[in-house]
Design a protein around this ligand. Structure first.
Ligand code: HEC
Ligand code: HEC
Length: 228
């Protein structure tokens, strides 16, 4: 089993191995480059879910180094995507750092509880996120072991999933399965994505997309019950 501390170690190693990405970005300058991005990622950086189509991911509030890495990956072809490639290609290294800083500063992701709670075995998405899948001999580790409690993301390496668009999450898992995204450090994602069933891809994408709302709803219900 991979523990959070072990994963933290991997993140540190990766950070040390990628000095080029440590380039300082200027958020204000980044706003100029972002003028062309709003068509898809929207003026508030929240993107859009397009069921069955190519969803535009939320960028607002994501880690700047993570965003910069993705733009470099589109440029190098480690992440093959015909829609994003021309927009990434048009940016210099400095512009990448700037536009990443611009989106990173935008809005914060919903703050979700980090305390451990027992996953419900009847909810397959939740179980996969919190416990993984070992029963079917597919050896899928819990997503949250890397993506943090409630999939809120950890540091520069592990992006947040809770509140990201379902269509986008699904497309990324399929991109790893199909080999068009091969940019994951130490191939941390590809093996996992390949071992997921089609049904699990659907369930986990829905689970994370709806998690901030479903946690808020559960919280409200608990408060109502306490008040009785
Ligand atoms: C025509 C629509 C469109 C435009 C314009 C566009 N993007 Fe994208 N962007 C996408 C799509 C679609 C994806 C998902 C690609 C995939 O599935 O791999 C994406 C993905 C990304 C990602 C990866 C996010 C993640 O969570 O890994 C980043 C970063 C990004 N875009 C930044 C930008 C920036 C910066 C600009 C402007 C310079 C821009 N995009 C312009 C459609 C667009
Ligand atoms: C061993 C660590 C690890 C585990 C476990 C893990 N991931 Fe990841 N995941 C990563 C890393 C690292 C990245 C970033 C790859 C990159 O740099 O592009 C990532 C990226 C992603 C992305 C892309 C997000 C974006 O913004 O583009 C999705 C979606 C994702 N993971 C889903 C999952 C799901 C679902 C599970 C559980 C079934 C899972 N991950 C388990 C390490 C992990």
């Amino acid at each position: 089993m991979i523990t959070i501390s072990k994963v933290g170690g991997i993140a540190l190693l990766l950070a040390a191995a990628t000095p080029a990405l440590a380039q300082q970005g200027d958020a204000e300058r980044g706003g100029t480059s972002a003028v062309v991005c709003v068509a898809c990622h929207q003026a508030d950086g929240m993107g859009m879910n397009i069921p069955g189509g190519e969803s535009w991911p939320r960028l607002a509030g994501m880690n700047a180094d993570y965003l910069a890495k993705q733009l470099h990956d589109f440029k190098s072809g480690d992440r093959e995507n015909m829609t994003m490639m021309p927009f990434a290609n048009m940016l210099s290294d400095q512009q990448i750092a700037d536009v990443a800083a611009y989106y990173a500063e935008m809005a914060s992701w919903p703050e979700l509880p980090t305390a451990y709670h027992a996953a419900d075995p009847n909810k397959e998405g939740e179980w996969l996120a919190e416990r993984g899948d070992w029963e079917d001999s597919t050896f899928i580790p819990a997503c949250n072991q890397c993506h943090g409690p409630n999939g809120q993301g950890v540091g520069t390496t592990f992006p947040p999933l809770a509140g990201q668009h379902a269509g986008y999450i699904k497309n990324q898992l399929n991109a790893w399965r199909e080999g068009t995204r091969h940019n994951d450090p130490n191939e941390l994602m590809v093996g996992i994505a390949k071992r997921l069933s089609d049904e699990q891809v659907e369930l986990i994408a829905e689970y994370y997309a709806e998690l901030p709302e479903s946690l808020a709803a559960a919280d409200a219900q608990e408060q109502q019950e306490d008040a009785k």
